[in-house]
Design a protein around this ligand. Structure first.
Ligand code: FAD
Length: 378
């Protein structure tokens, strides 16, 4: 077990990094989290947090809070985008914890608040890492630097830590974009239509996932997947428009037309991914989440996999202590690679829950109930 003195640095306070920090701190480790952004704003997006994640949130005391601010749908419906016929009705209850849909910024706020005061450092953009075999020197764009015993790269799809391990390589553009918009529920009252809690509308080559992001159900959210041959912009997203949305979803169901008509602001995001990496760690550096296995978001499990990584990494470091980090990192990869790669593959294929199926392998998973596989057994 750790003596609580080893220094762990986490790069990135996104959905995986913040939870990794909180879990490791709860386990008694000395952890600091370094985030490039000067602060976080309430970006216009929602997110699903499945029961597999809520079970992890219980360990850092935020599960109840997350559930209390979320919409908690009883089913995921998959419907034909044009006729409205139901392809599947997937129960979301019975997996050992609540299924939540929530505003991403609200979730991120709760996660960051779970960190010990003074351990989350904003405005710290990692520029260089030097693992000298004894410890790691971490340099930031603002000219400051720190040392740590191990470094967790939770710095997302364009991870600088991944680049240090494996060299510079741009992620693959998938040929798809996602449009995202938040709509005030007030705007939907005038329609004689039902706006279901959690529904994915499927067309032959595109879809729209729709759900509430608050417990009060006063904010409705959609995110699409639409083919788009090339991403010609340098920015993370660009503005889209109601006109573009009407044209992308021409002839689709009246509920979709009502959502587009009620849209004030919509943004368009490129969907990137990577092939599975040949290694998840080297020396004192280890990766988690999108830095390691980014995917198209169509299973709504990308952040969930980052959070499961965080929990498994903590569990392995608790087994070995930081001084024996090499064993911990090997165990971590052995216990995460198959599941993360399976989710990455199914998510990229965009087939999950289209037809009636049992999602227990995703939602029923309790990371803490799984026996740890040794590196050799993996
Ligand atoms: P991120 O959340 O990307 O966090 C990385 C952090 O590192 C950021 O805060 C970044 O600023 C910081 N950073 C980057 N570089 C540096 C640096 N050099 N120095 C310091 N800090 C740095 N997942 C779900 O589970 N459910 C969903 O419903 C869902 N919907 C999605 C919808 C869309 C349209 C998209 C694009 C993704 C969706 N995802 C969803 C996927 C999810 O957003 C990602 O998988 C998740 O955010 C990955 O978490 P992460 O912590 O690995 O990376």
């Amino acid at each position: 077990m750790s003596n609580g003195k080893e220094r762990i640095a986490i790069i990135g306070a996104g959905l995986g990094g913040a939870v990794a920090g909180a879990l490791l701190q709860h386990a008694g480790f000395d952890v600091n989290v370094y985030e490039q952004a000067p602060s976080f704003s309430r970006l216009g997006a929602g997110i699903h947090m499945g029961p597999n994640v809520i079970k992890i949130f219980e360990r850092i005391g935020v599960a109840e809070k997350v559930v209390s601010i979320s919409s908690t749908p009883s089913h995921w419906f998959s419907r034909d985008g044009i006729s409205g016929d139901y392809r599947s009705r997937i129960p979301l209850e019975g997996y050992g914890a609540t299924y939540c849909t929530v505003h991403r910024g609200d979730l991120q706020g709760i996660q960051c608040d779970a960190l010990q005061p003074g351990t989350l450092h904003f405005g710290k953009k990692l520029t260089r890492i030097d693992d000298n075999g004894t410890d790691v020197l971490i340099e930031f764009e603002d000219g400051t630097s720190v040392r740590a015993d191990i470094v967790v790269g939770a710095d997302g799809i364009n991870s600088r830590v991944r680049e240090t391990l494996l060299g510079a390589e741009k992620p693959n553009y998938s040929g798809w974009v996602g449009h995202r918009a938040l709509i005030s529920s007030d705007k939907l009252r005038k329609y004689d239509l039902t706006f279901e809690d959690c529904v994915k509308w499927w067309g032959p080559d595109r879809h729209m996932m729709v759900y509430y992001t608050t417990a009060r159900r006063d904010e409705y959210y959609y995110v699409t997947g639409v083919p788009h041959p090339a991403w010609e912009f340098d920015t993370a997203f660009v503005p889209s428009s109601r006109e573009e949305m009407f044209s992308e979803f021409e002839g689709y169901h009246p509920v979709i037309q009502a959502l587009i008509e009620s849209t004030d602001e919509v943004t368009k995001w490129p969907l990137f991914n990577r092939n599975p990496l040949p290694l998840w760690s080297r020396g004192r550096l280890v990766l988690l989440g999108d830095a390691c296995h980014p995917m198209k978001p169509h299973m709504a499990q990308g952040a969930a996999m980052a959070i499961e990584d965080a929990a498994m990494l903590t569990r392995c470091l608790q087994e070995t202590g930081v001084n024996n980090f090499a064993t911990a990192f090997g165990l971590y990869e052995a216990n995460r690679r198959d599941r993360a790669t399976r989710v990455q593959t199914v998510s990229n294929a965009n087939t999950f829950l289209l037809d009636q199926e049992d999602p227990s392998w995703v939602y029923g998973y309790d990371l803490y109930a799984e026996p740890l596989k040794s590196e050799k057994a993996a």
